[in-house]
Ligand binder design. Sequence first.
Ligand SMILES: NC(=O)c1ccc[n+]([C@@H]2O[C@H](COP(=O)([O-])OP(=O)(O)OC[C@H]3O[C@@H](n4cnc5c(N)ncnc54)[C@H](OP(=O)(O)O)[C@@H]3O)[C@@H](O)[C@H]2O)c1
Length: 337
Amino acid sequence: MVAIPASFRAYVAEKVERDGVPAVERGVRELAETDLPPGEVEIRVGWSSVNYKDGLATRVDGKVARISPLIPGIDLAGEVVASSDPSIRPGTAVLAHGYELGVARHGGYTEYQRVPAGWVVPLAPGLTGRDAMAIGTAGFTAAMSVIALEDRGLTPDDGPVLVTGASGGVGGTAVAILADRGYEVWAATGKAEEADRLRSIGAAGILARDDVTGTGRPLETERWAGAVDAVGAATLPYVLRTLKTGGAVAASGNASGPALETTVFPFILRGVSLLGMDSVPVEIGRRRRIWDRLATDLRPRALGEHVQEVTLETLDDALDRIVAGAARGRWIVRIGG
Ligand SMILES: NC(=O)c1ccc[n+]([C@@H]2O[C@H](COP(=O)([O-])OP(=O)(O)OC[C@H]3O[C@@H](n4cnc5c(N)ncnc54)[C@H](OP(=O)(O)O)[C@@H]3O)[C@@H](O)[C@H]2O)c1
């Protein structure tokens, strides 16, 4: 079973030394089929996307890449061209993300990839490969966050919900999903010029970054029934001290840093919960069910509209900009799509 051509193009990041200084060499290379790892399913990649972690995987100080050279790209969507697993047939539209993809094993920035069958998610009807990567790992994590909050009992009747880092991938998708489910969503952003776009995807109110960062009293006025936070150090302390009694925050990221300064008071005097989100190890059955929901009741509003397309040749800038906090929606990578 080999349907992958002998030679194809991929974007590669490789750790090197320049004049004794560590660096990462990045760019498109011609690879051979034998350069790809083993796996039951061969995919012709149509689309991938740019996630914060991809930016880190291509930086010297990123602490994400576990192999070198690495084809980064923590998610991909495409068409199965060969499969030794009878449950996944050639011609099927699929996506894969999570586990070791794009971190400890070659990822999505390539015309062809080979993955274990247990990593493959068949695309639900109504979701194209482009749609899937417009959602991507960031949007999947937003969906996980909404599910976690609702599993804990959150409903639109409980009051307003806050999303921090709202111009980014996790944040923007969370705003869109929550708004469509009837929540009064408030979007916190450091980019005032993003306010109109955030309103168009469902934000009922906008907060400036200054409103949700900085120090404060251990407990402040109860404001939020729930929150989605992928920003971490800068915003999570504010979120915790302003959640309503019994409220929860789904925390998935550290775009502003990993430290967390808080007191125990939100937890012991208001019964607040900090729900940790990790999209990487999600068991494949659950992962497929969440993607089915992303195609139906959790389908983000205006799916595929707030994206910028790049190619393997024009990826560099997006990888740098996402780490610099310059995201405005999502970047998707058109490969064979
Ligand atoms: N746990 C998981 O499974 C998982 C999955 C996906 C992502 N993540 C993590 O979640 C985070 C966000 O990922 P993403 O793909 O959504 O990234 P992104 O598109 O870059 O969005 C992050 C947003 O955070 C805000 N931000 C950035 N730097 C900030 C700072 N210094 N202070 C305050 N706000 C800042 C910006 O939004 P505004 O300008 O609008 O404020 C930025 O657009 C990353 O840490 C990523 O690694 C985790």
